[in-house]
Design a protein around this ligand. Structure first.
Ligand SMILES: Nc1ncnc2c1ncn2[C@@H]1O[C@H](COP(=O)(O)OP(=O)(O)O)[C@@H](O)[C@H]1O
Ligand SMILES: O=P(O)(O)OC[C@H]1O[C@](O)(COP(=O)(O)O)[C@@H](O)[C@@H]1O
Ligand SMILES: [Mg+2]
Length: 325
């Protein structure tokens, strides 16, 4: 193996740069040249490749975003486009490709694998929605930003004795909502994976107030509905509450990655190079019980679904139910 390439695709996630740095340093350590593909699969198809040196990557480890840029490029779902990408990879004499991205990007890695090109995935998405792995790069940073924002909002919420509904990201996944919600001591967490009764949410909030709370916090995952619509529906069942809605939006994707995101990104970046060197591909790396784990792309993506931490969700219900008793 002489030359490999790395790309980032889909939504950027804090910690992607730490993974890129580990890929480059581990590659160079083993005498392998590493090319960066700019703008994800779009750059792959267009041949937008740059050589990466230690000088390029070493100081990026602490930065959010992705130094390779990223793209959403729906055309990559088509086989004809995927074949163009393989042509580019062959033209540049690249022996293996590392894809850092989310569930969609892994669909691209799966397609390349099925077409016979060696690809390895590294989970990089704030949504934490990749099957198999318990952890994706960027989730911890985004969850921490969301939590800090909710904490800030709670200061003004308490001053006015208000109810706030805070909408957090997670396209189809409730992970950010559950983690930030439970960490903030929220009254209710509304996620796409679990059904809810809006009148029951209002009842819990009222019971919390009756028990002495001076503000109320509802954390809403974007996959359920937008915050404006939720506040509209909620205000109909709780007209006596003073309610405000906030959408945190892309602020959650920015900022320096947490230490946890950088450490796991570094572990997974180095491991993906080791796997390519050992002739392995069609797989992705991940984390289970704080340890590195490896998954078969085809098997895992086609047969497994991402699961949210139901235990945390249930625990929050239990904690807020106790107030009512
Ligand atoms: N089923 C698929 N087959 C091939 N490529 C895909 C597939 N789904 C997504 N992609 C590629 O991955 C990119 C990123 O996917 P997206 O879902 O937007 O973000 P993420 O990878 O972060 O979940 C898409 O724009 C497209 O280029
Ligand atoms: O930045 P965009 O294109 O508006 O996309 C927003 C979406 O991207 C995310 O921030 C990250 O999702 P992906 O990792 O799947 O790209 C989602 O939480 C959100 O729904
Ligand atoms: Mg995704």
């Amino acid at each position: 193996m002489k030359r490999i390439a790395v790309l980032t695709s889909g939504g950027d996630a804090p910690g992607m740069n730490a993974a890129i740095r580990a890929v480059v340093e581990q590659g160079l350590h083993h005498g392998i040249e590493v090319l960066g593909v700019r703008f994800g699969y779009k750059g792959l198809v267009e041949g937008d490749f740059i050589p990466l040196s230690i000088a390029d990557v070493h100081h990026k480890v602490k930065r959010g975003g992705t130094m390779l840029y990223t793209a959403r490029y729906p055309e990559f779902r088509e086989e004809a486009t995927q074949l163009l990408a393989i042509e580019q990879l062959k033209k540049h004499e690249i022996d293996g490709l590392i894809v850092i991205g989310g569930d969609g990007s892994f669909g691209g890695a799966l397609a390349l694998t099925k077409l016979g090109f060696p690809a390895i995935g590294i989970p990089g998405t704030i949504d934490n929605d990749i099957p198999g792995t318990e952890y994706t790069i960027g989730f911890d940073s985004a969850m921490t930003v969301a939590l800090e924002a909710i904490d800030n909002i709670s200061d003004t919420a308490a001053s006015h004795n208000r109810t706030f509904v805070v909408e957090v990201m997670g396209r189809h996944a409730g992970d950010i909502a559950i983690w930030a919600g439970i960490a903030a001591g929220s009254d209710a967490i509304i996620i796409p994976e679990e059904s809810y009764d809006i009148a029951d949410v209002a009842r819990r909030v009222d019971a919390g107030r009756a028990a002495g709370k001076d503000y109320s916090m509802i954390v809403l995952a974007e996959g359920v509905m937008g915050v404006e619509e939720f506040v509209k529906q909620y205000s109909e069942v709780a007209p006596h509450q003073s309610v405000r809605g906030v959408t945190l939006s892309h602020i959650q994707r920015g900022g320096n990655p947490t230490g946890r995101d950088r450490v796991f990104a570094t572990l997974m970046g180095a491991k993906s190079v080791d796997l390519l060197i050992h002739g392995q591909s069609g797989i992705y790396v991940g984390i289970i019980n704080e340890e590195l784990a490896v998954f078969d792309i085809v098997e895992t993506l086609e047969k497994t679904k991402h699961k949210v931490r139901e235990d945390l969700y249930e625990l929050n219900l239990e904690l807020t139910e106790r107030i009512i008793d």
